[in-house]
Design a protein around this ligand. Structure first.
Ligand code: NAG
Ligand code: NAG
Ligand code: NAG
Ligand code: NAG
Length: 475
């Protein structure tokens, strides 16, 4: 019993509160309405539609597939003479909202659409109708539009993407599209972390298609965006610079370690890996070489030639073992000029060509000197008893002495002398080779240091020239 009383009470309240006017208005408006008919005042007149696209967000820029994904809020506005009423007849109602599917709508579409499922991502509920027939249709859509993305100056690129809207079936004689405002609406724009919005501007253009004689009015929205390069500098350029500098430190590595060349090769490999990551996100275009691709190319060239130079210096380092002397001009250039410029303290051996090395050529001098040095007391004694002429270095008994005893002694002495002499020659030859080897090693050191400085300079220069932010003018 209580329950039915409540229901009756509610019904009575509703009868008081619920306004019959709106029901009546909608019923009256749509009783003779056909949404298939273009709402022109006269058949020959066109319907004026204002079109506005507010950019809400840049969701994604796909460089590889050349697609830009944007979230846009659409505002379309037209006059429908069939949807007019006099407000005082309907309880002063001036505005109503009806589902957008119930009224005629202009078939404005995105011409450079790149998504087959775009209708699924659009949101629109009602159209707002004013008593004078002014219909406003607000909707939201995620557009995937094709856009020629120019990656020449990647990651300092500026992209100019245009969204082109027009009616698919009506020419300007049936449907005239006008701009909602002269300025692009970015009042609801959510800034992107990857792109900075430089410009958003609508423009209206008439175009003609091959199919039909009619001109078609287009609303075009230019989205000019500039990439924020920090991500790429931090993740792609900086590692590349560091790896290159580490590779160049190979010049600083002593050749004995045997790692000089393999270090260059390893570095080369890691740079190529980075290059692959970069090129994965860029369109496979052959029109232009992107700035970052150029940078990687130059870096690879630098590291390759550095590795080649390392091979050269390792070769030079070991050249001394063959006993070939360093050419005088090379010595003068590198030990004199280059070493002084680079402030390298050379560890050059003193020339060994004094003293013992001359034994074979100058007998007297040698004999006396050798007696002065290692043969010390022994030779000194001999020297006292036998003048130099008695013990000729080159052998052959002379007629100096007839005494057999002495002759025997002389022979023994000669033998001893020859042995010593041979030994000395060997040692001096060894010394000479040591000196030559040391000179080649020092030469390798100087060249290494020179290359280190040249290549570091080249790397820094290339990095600064290519990668320091600068305003690249678009062409
Ligand atoms: C449409 O707009 C044009 C120019 O803005 C105007 O000349 C024309 O009268 C308008 N047509 C209607 C039906 O309002
Ligand atoms: C409608 O507006 C008119 C004038 O503004 C007023 O006189 C009238 O009472 C209003 N009607 C209703 C139902 O509010
Ligand atoms: C419709 O109303 C809006 C404001 O509500 C106005 O800006 C627009 O010009 C009107 N359109 C026509 C065709 O009168
Ligand atoms: C973007 O491109 C359109 C058409 O290609 C051009 O009219 C417009 O001036 C360009 N905008 C900028 C800022 O370059």
């Amino acid at each position: 019993m209580d329950c039915s009383v409540l229901v009756i009470l509610i019904l009575q309240v509703c009868a008081v509160l619920c306004d019959e006017n709106e029901y009546r208005l909608v019923r009256d408006l749509f009783v003779a309405y056909d949404k298939r008919v273009r709402p022109a005042v006269h058949w020959s007149q066109s319907v004026n539609t204002t079109y506005g696209v507010a950019l809400a967000q840049i969701i994604d820029v796909d460089e590889k597939n050349q697609i830009i994904t944007t979230n846009c809020w659409l505002n379309q506005n037209w006059l429908d003479p069939k949807l007019r009423w006099e407000p005082h007849k309907y309880g002063n109602i001036t505005v109503i909202g009806v589902p957008f599917t119930d009224v005629w709508r202009p078939d404005v579409v995105l011409y450079n659409n790149a998504d087959s499922t775009s209708t699924l991502t659009s949101v629109s509920s009602n159209v707002i109708i004013k008593y004078d027939g002014n219909v406003t249709w607000l909707s939201m859509s995620i557009f995937r539009s094709s856009c020629t993305i120019d990656v020449k100056y990647f990651p300092y690129d500026v992209q100019n993407c245009t969204m082109r809207f027009a009616s698919w079936s009506f020419g300007i004689d049936q449907l005239n599209i006008l701009s909602h405002s002269d300025e692009g609406d970015i009042s609801n724009y959510v800034p992107s972390s990857e792109w900075a919005l430089v410009q958003y501007r609508p423009r209206r253009q008439l175009e003609k298609f091959s199919c039909c004689p009619d001109l078609v009015p287009f609303m075009k929205y230019d989205i000019v965006i500039k990439r924020r390069p920090l991500f790429y500098l931090f993740n792609m350029v900086m590692p590349c610079v560091l790896i290159t500098l580490v590779a160049l430190l190979g010049f600083y590595m002593p050749p004995e370690s045997g790692e000089k060349v393999s270090m260059g090769i390893t570095t080369l490999l890691s740079i190529v890996v980075f290059l692959m990551i970069v090129s994965e996100s860029l369109p496979p275009t052959s029109d232009v070489v992107p700035l970052i691709g150029l940078y990687y190319g130059v870096t690879i060239a630098i590291v390759s030639s550095a590795t080649a130079m390392t091979v050269l210096t390792v070769n030079i380092y070991h050249k001394g073992t063959r006993g070939i002397e360093v050419p005088v001009t090379v010595k003068r250039l590198f030990f004199g000029l280059v070493a002084r410029i680079l402030c390298i303290k050379l560890d050059l051996p003193s020339p060994p060509y004094s003293g013992l090395t001359r034994i074979p050529s100058h007998d007297h001098c040698v004999y006396e000197r050798s007696s002065d040095t290692d043969m010390g007391t022994q030779n000194g004694g001999l020297h006292a008893r036998f003048p130099a002429s008695v013990v000729p270095p080159d052998g052959g008994p002379r007629t100096c002495s007839t005494d057999a005893h002495e002759q025997q002694l002389v022979r023994v002495l000669r033998k001893v002398y020859q042995t010593i002499e041979r030994n000395e020659i060997r040692i001096s030859e060894q010394d000479r080779r040591d000196v030559i080897r040391q000179e080649w090693q020092q030469l390798a050191l100087v060249i290494d240091r020179l290359m280190l400085i040249i290549f570091i300079f080249a790397t820094v220069t290339v990095t600064l020239v290519v990668m320091v932010p600068q305003e690249y003018d678009k062409d």
